[in-house]
Design a binder for this molecule. Structure first.
Ligand code: GAR
Length: 221
């Protein structure tokens, strides 16, 4: 049975974006909304959340006048309590889609119960190769000649959910982690902006591991 997520009608889809660091993927989304307009792009960022205070991703949101929230794991008695707090803070902004853009924590059952099927992550490797927190370093250490980035729905594993789209990036002679990651992030920002816009504008369906974008169009062909 496919989970259907119909195309958004106006107003544009509400995006909550989660970040832990520099937030250049968040910035790419903000720039796309600014350049194209929320109606044409199909979505707008309504909130940015983080597990860390003072990161550049939060400052980017503040500069754009977007509400932010921080829920630090260490402020809660256990992971389940943190997960509940993160889910509640996110839900307060009534997002249609939640985007993990460099958010370096694994969410738990409560978060997935609320946002499963509409929680998107971007990962700097071609999954299922090199999951986890060091996707770029691990690809380099393995000697891979091609790596890249994956945008996927989040399930209860680490980087195991259904793949939405991928983009390949060559590993070059002499690459270090930082140089390779920068080239991956160039591809990743373009991919994320494209995928989020299409999810929001065209709708999608998830059937097992298969994600179909624009399912309304597909069903009527
Ligand atoms: C991105 O490359 C993203 O894929 C990665 O962190 C970077 C964040 O960059 N995420 C992970 O490694 C998650 N496992 P940004 O803060 O500049 O958007």
């Amino acid at each position: 049975m496919a989970a259907q997520h119909p195309r958004q009608s106006s107003p544009p889809a509400r995006l909550a974006v989660l970040v832990s660091g520099s937030g250049t993927n968040l910035q790419a989304l903000l720039d796309a909304v600014e350049a194209r307009g929320a109606e044409a792009y199909g979505a707008r960022v309504v909130a940015v959340g983080s597990d860390r205070e003072g990161v550049e991703g939060l400052r980017r949101a503040e500069r754009a006048g977007i509400p932010t929230f921080v829920r630090r794991l260490r402020d809660y008695p256990d992971r389940a309590a943190w997960d509940r707090a993160l889910a509640e803070a996110t839900a307060a902004h009534a997002p249609d889609l939640v985007v993990s853009a460099g958010f370096m924590k694994v969410v738990g059952a409560e978060f997935l119960a609320r946002f499963g099927g509409r929680f998107v992550n971007t990962h700097p490797a071609l999954l299922p190769s090199f999951p986890g927190a060091h996707g770029v370093r691990d690809a380099l250490a393995y000697g891979a000649k091609v790596t890249g980035c994956t945008v996927h729905f989040v399930d209860d594993g680490v980087d195991t959910g259904p793949v939405i789209a991928q983009s390949a990036v060559d590993v070059l002679e002499g690459d270090d982690e930082s140089a390779l990651h920068e080239r991956i992030k160039d591809a990743e920002r373009r991919l994320l902006v494209d995928v989020v816009g299409r999810l929001a504008r065209d709708g999608y369906s998830i059937e097992g591991r298969k994600v179909r974008l624009g399912h309304e169009r597909a069903r009527h062909q």
